[in-house]
Design a protein around this ligand. Structure first.
Ligand code: PGA
Length: 256
């Protein structure tokens, strides 16, 4: 049985003091829920403070990006070993990074490798653009993104995938539960072909793109969806808590 996961991607929001305030607001409620993995991914500059703040809590910490080299003359970059000291997860290949920072499949692949090499758990993001969706190319695009991101890699159970259709991110126009379930099913099939049935059964695949407290139930009732990567709604303590609570309630029902 896969443990559900709700991950908050704070993107380029919150100063250090704002991040501390937000964690303080969320922590008591999140700590009441124990059948969902709760991950928050604040900006790099807040990771150290937040990691101290959540010691002894069940909240887990992730970064939003990583560089693939271990160390050296790469001004401004953050390496896998630096992150491994602070957090457990790292978001890799988010569509905003692919779009604004020219991250190719090859770069994403190097980042996934470098994260796994130091024991960081990658949350690998894939998803099609609006034009690709409208042209009926969703399956082709996500399959290719999976192929390039995971090229030459053995399966590792710490891997997590987030299916995030680009047209649904930050637009308020989420996919339907059925659409997301169908594509996530295809992703699972591709994983099954590449790594076998056991891996496909074990792998957690999240949906991301305009998830809110109002549409969480629709996604979490789908059998293929193992949680959500939440952007905007993860910056509001009440919204994020509600998403986690609803996920917990639905999972309880499914497993009971
Ligand atoms: P959103 O972002 O929830 O604001 O659409 C999701 C994401 O980019 O991970």
């Amino acid at each position: 049985m896969r443990v559900m996961m709700i991950a908050g991607n704070w993107k380029m929001n919150t100063t250090v003091s704002e991040a501390i305030a937000l964690v303080n607001e969320m922590r008591p409620g999140l700590d009441e829920i124990d059948n969902v993995d709760k991950v928050i991914c604040p900006p790099f500059v807040s990771l150290a403070a937040v990691s101290e703040l959540i010691k002894g809590s069940s909240i887990k910490l992730g970064a939003q990006n990583i560089y693939f080299e271990e160390k050296g003359a790469y001004t401004g970059e953050i390496s896998p070993i630096m992150l491994a000291e602070l957090c457990e997860f790292v978001i890799i290949g988010h569509s905003e990074r692919r779009q604004y920072f020219n991250e190719t499949g090859e770069i994403v692949n190097k980042k996934v490798r470098s994260a796994l090499a130091v024991g960081l758990k990658p949350i690998l993001c894939i998803g099609e653009k609006l034009a690709e969706n409208e042209a009926g190319r969703t399956e082709e695009v996500v399959t290719e993104q999976l192929r390039s991101s995971l090229a030459g890699l053995d399966y590792q159970s710490s891997l997590i995938i987030a299916y995030e259709p680009v047209w649904a991110i930050g637009t308020g126009k989420a996919a339907t539960g059925e659409q997301a379930n169908e594509t996530i099913g295809l992703i699972r099939q591709t994983i099954s072909q590449k790594y076998g049935k056991g891996a496909a059964q074990e792998l957690r695949i999240l949906y991301g793109g305009s998830v809110t407290a109002d549409n969480t139930t629709e996604f979490m009732q789908q059998p293929e969806i193992d949680g959500a990567l939440v952007g905007g709604a993860s910056l509001k303590a009440e919204q994020f808590l509600s998403i986690v609570r609803q996920t917990s309630a639905i999972k309880g029902r499914l497993s009971g």
